[in-house]
Write a protein that binds this ligand. Structure first.
Ligand code: NAP
Length: 498
């Protein structure tokens, strides 16, 4: 099979991949493709279709800044609307012709002689790219715990992130394992029709009252007619989210009022003191990801629901046995057990300059990047939503800032006639050390919980250490001195560092 060359290869057609593609197109660059393993665009919003899937960032902020959508029907967007929004962006910005669906990247290897990325898909298509952008998303690989006896269970086992819509749970005895953001949304959807619902809770989540509302048609018309209204709302939501940063990053004691609100919400919705006790988090608000719901506590307090905290001993042919020896008879099991972030299989498929994979590099050094976007040893390679890039407003804001940085890097390469750029080790180390120092006192590190924000070594590899606006400012352009560069037309060994 022949090899196709493009200047830029983008892996993933979610917000990150589509956002990068749009910006490239707008800059006049048409020499790129987007490789997407799924049959359609949408990324996490294509994969996560469980009942009740909704984003808990307000819709005004959960969209590209350059592509406001006056048609959101709710204050908080539903999964189907977000997916449609992304599909509409693909059409509106003319990038459909660049998308390659069913293209699962099996291998991406940097070749230091050709100064190119060599990419092969599972279907055998071969590409070379000068620049590779991994927009594969932190939530792309479901975490499926291996409980003893899992294969013996005779009923269906569903993961929240791979929902099987043909599976009818009506009048069934259903278990949900996990009580994170996905479970909080799907439990109220399945509880009313289930015969019996057993929720296996390992750690309770802070649940806040949900301010979600439908957006009235008159408001939507106003947004269409006066776009500045929606952008003012966007700025306001962004600012409100930014106001959380001092508490979360710098002064965790300031989260107390949110804990009080969470406890009030629980008292207000759950009458049974024993159940309340079970559902009360024993760690600081924000340490694990908090979420919103007005329906979750009532669903747990319903007569057909049991909240089980005894821990899972094993799975049997007909149900789940707990560590204290009891057995729950079940017809179906739902795994709302989140995602494999640290050991995402994709990391084993990307091989850098010295022949090591991203998985090998990160298992040795921890998940380290420069600005969540580039990695020493991986020239001309960028990660969207990579380690230490998450800001506390909307990840679409993160993505846009990262895309600006990538565009600036491509511009630098074009202006200086460079074949490759690679972030210097000491620059990456400086960023990592600074992030570690600041995040050490954050609620994520010191709030008394374990969470997917922290790696096995306890390092917070998730968050940007500060405000969103500082990230946006830092990402406006690359600093050429941060990189080892190679000039086009010179031998590979001849490196120019400026
Ligand atoms: P998650 O937050 O990682 O929650 C996983 C849940 O499964 C936790 O309750 C965890 O318990 C439990 N669990 C994991 N392994 C287990 C095991 N072996 N035995 C028993 N329990 C186990 O995953 P998620 O709910 O899918 O959410 C992931 C992320 O996706 C969110 O944090 C968010 O960023 C995003 N998301 C957002 C929304 C939204 O915008 N509303 C909705 C869904 C997802 P422990 O807490 O004890 O580990």
């Amino acid at each position: 099979m022949r090899t196709t060359h493009h200047q830029v290869g983008i892996i993933g057609a979610g917000f990150g991949g589509i956002g990068t593609a749009i910006r490239l197109k707008q800059s006049g660059n048409n020499d790129f493709v987007v490789l997407e393993r799924a049959p359609e665009a949408g990324g996490t919003w294509q994969a996560n279709t469980y009942p009740g899937a909704q984003c808990d960032i307000p819709s005004a902020l959960y969209s590209f800044s350059f592509a406001a959508n006056p048609d959101w029907t709710r204050l908080y967007p539903l999964q189907s609307e977000i997916k449609s929004y992304l599909e509409a962006c693909v059409k509106r910005y003319g990038i459909a012709g660049h998308l390659r669906f069913g293209a699962d990247v099996a291998e991406a290897t940097w070749n230091d002689d050709s100064q190119l990325w060599h990419v092969t898909t599972a279907g055998g298509q071969r590409y070379t790219f000068s620049t590779l952008v991994a927009a594969t998303g932190p939530f792309s690989q479901p975490n499926t715990p291996e409980f003893d006896g899992m294969d013996d269970f005779t009923g269906p086992v569903l993961h929240s992130a791979r929902w099987d819509h043909s599976c009818d749970l009506t009048r069934k005895r259903v278990a949900v394992i996990g009580t994170g953001a996905s479970a909080v949304q799907l439990i109220p959807q399945i509880q009313p029709a289930a015969n019996r619902l057993v929720v296996f809770q390992r750690t309770p989540t802070w649940i806040m009252p949900h301010p979600d509302q439908p957006i009235r048609p008159s408001v939507r018309r106003a947004f269409r007619r006066w776009p500045m209204l929606q952008s003012a709302l966007r700025r306001m939501v962004h600012l409100l989210q930014e106001m959380m940063v001092p508490a979360l990053v710098y002064r965790p004691a300031l989260v107390k009022p949110f804990e009080a609100l969470g406890r009030w919400h629980l008292r207000h919705q759950v009458a049974d003191p024993m159940l309340r006790e079970t559902l009360t988090p024993r760690y600081a608000f924000g340490c694990k990801r908090p979420t919103f719901s007005n329906k979750y506590f009532p669903a747990l307090a319903a007569p057909n629901t049991v909240v089980e905290t005894a821990g899972i001993e094993c799975i049997t042919a007909s149900g789940i046995k707990t560590r204290d020896g009891r057995h729950h008879e079940l017809d179906a099991i739902i795994l709302a057990t989140g995602f494999n972030i640290v050991d995402n299989e994709f990391f084993t498929r990307v091989r850098g300059r010295d022949g090591r994979t991203l998985a090998e590099t990160w298992s040795r050094d921890g998940l380290q990047t420069h600005l969540g976007t580039c990695i020493t040893g991986f020239p001309n390679f960028y990660t969207i939503l990579g380690p230490n890039s998450a800001i506390y407003t909307s990840q679409v804001v993160t993505i846009e800032a990262q895309v600006a940085y990538i565009m600036s890097a491509l511009d630098l390469m074009a202006r200086r006639n460079l074949r490759s750029i690679e972030v210097r080790d000491e620059i990456q180390q400086h960023f990592v050390n600074r992030a570690d120092r600041i995040l050490e006192g954050s609620v994520w590190n010191s709030g008394g919980c374990s969470s997917y924000y922290l790696g096995r070594d306890g390092r917070n590899f998730t968050f940007w250490p500060g405000f969103a606006f500082t990230f946006q400012n830092r990402m406006r352009r690359v600093r050429p001195g941060d990189f080892v560069v190679r000039l086009a037309g010179r031998p590979a060994a001849e490196q120019v560092a400026r």
